[in-house]
Write a protein that binds this ligand. Structure first.
Ligand SMILES: C[S@@+](CC[C@H](N)C(=O)[O-])C[C@H]1O[C@@H](n2cnc3c(N)ncnc32)[C@H](O)[C@@H]1O
Length: 282
């Protein structure tokens, strides 16, 4: 399955991001005001209101309408009961994908976001979309919250995730996938979808999900050589922001076999990208 046409009419493309940045300069609060003024009451009207801001005002780093269509079709065919996303931002994917999980008969959509301001905006978007109680926005760092989730009542009895959507900090993709394997959230039957594997890119993650079990076994030190240096960089970044660094060693479960497809997709401003779709075969 691929995103059909590379040509996005200008009025359907998000405005380009500026060299100054793509987030956190007050645009998210302006977005919230814009959406509140439109008073949307359904998931699709909330998404349309967010898109209309990004088409005409400032770039937003959401999946955008085209990737949303692709991901909704995956959800509709795979019918996950419980779906988790890493990287919720202002709630766009939580609203559109959460609504798709609900429509497919699912039970819960959990969105993890480390930035408190973005998480509170996401909660308001979820509320306007009428998804309170179904979509849960959790605020905190993915590695901490993944561990908390695995220990929680819903997962402690051994059930894992049906669908994991990875869309947070590219250098942490591999670390967090290996952590999710190790703590039993990713196991036989789990689908893992990762965004932006082509642009800006997550090469170690892509290599890992395309690797055979034999190759992973040969690289028994993969955890040390690939995932953990990235994790350490992440902790350093966090350390700079005053968050206490945690030293940990994540080795994953190299015996898990994956079947991975690379799907052509486009960023909301029209930039070509790749989404990986991975099934854990056990
Ligand atoms: C690309 S945006 C997510 C876009 C969102 N999925 C959507 O389509 O609307 C990435 C988000 O991940 C968050 N983030 C980055 N690293 C994180 C981490 N380790 N844990 C939780 N959130 C993180 C950032 O604050 C940012 O809001």
């Amino acid at each position: 399955m691929t995103d059909p046409s590379p040509n996005i009419p200008w009025y359907k493309a998000y405005t380009g991001s500026t060299p100054q940045g793509r987030l956190g300069d007050g645009r998210e609060q302006s977005l919230l005001t814009h959406v509140r003024n439109l008073s949307p009451t359904t998931p699709s009207s909330v998404a349309t209101a967010i898109d209309s801001f990004a088409f005409s005002n400032q770039y937003l780093m959401t999946i955008g309408p085209r990737k949303a269509t692709l991901l909704i079709s995956l959800i509709t065919s795979r019918k996950p009961k419980i779906m988790l996303e890493l990287g919720g931002y202002i709630g766009y994917s939580a609203v559109v994908l959460g609504a798709a999980v609900k429509a497919a008969g699912g039970e819960k959509y959990i969105s993890i976001e480390s930035n408190e301001v973005f998480a509170s905006i996401a909660r308001e978007m979820v509320s306007m979309a009428g998804l309170d109680g179904f979509v849960e926005v959790q605020v905190g760092r993915s590695d901490f919250l993944l561990r908390e989730l695995a220990a929680s009542a819903s997962f402690a009895s051994g059930g894992g995730l049906d669908f994991l959507f990875v869309d947070h900090y590219k250098p942490a993709y591999l670390h967090d996938l290996m952590l999710a394997e190790e703590i039993g959230l990713v196991r036989e039957g789990t689908w893992v979808v990762a965004d932006n594997v082509g642009h800006p890119g997550a090469p170690e993650y892509k290599a890992y999900v395309l690797c055979s079990v034999e190759e992973k076994r040969r690289k028994v030190q993969w955890g040390q050589r690939e995932a953990n240096p990235n994790a350490r960089n992440w902790y350093l970044r966090e350390g700079e922001r005053g968050v206490e660094a945690e030293e940990e060693s994540v080795v994953g479960r190299p015996e898990l076999e994956y079947d991975t497809e690379c799907l052509e997709a486009f960023e909301p401003d029209g930039t070509p990208d790749i989404i990986t779709l991975t099934k854990c075969l056990g």
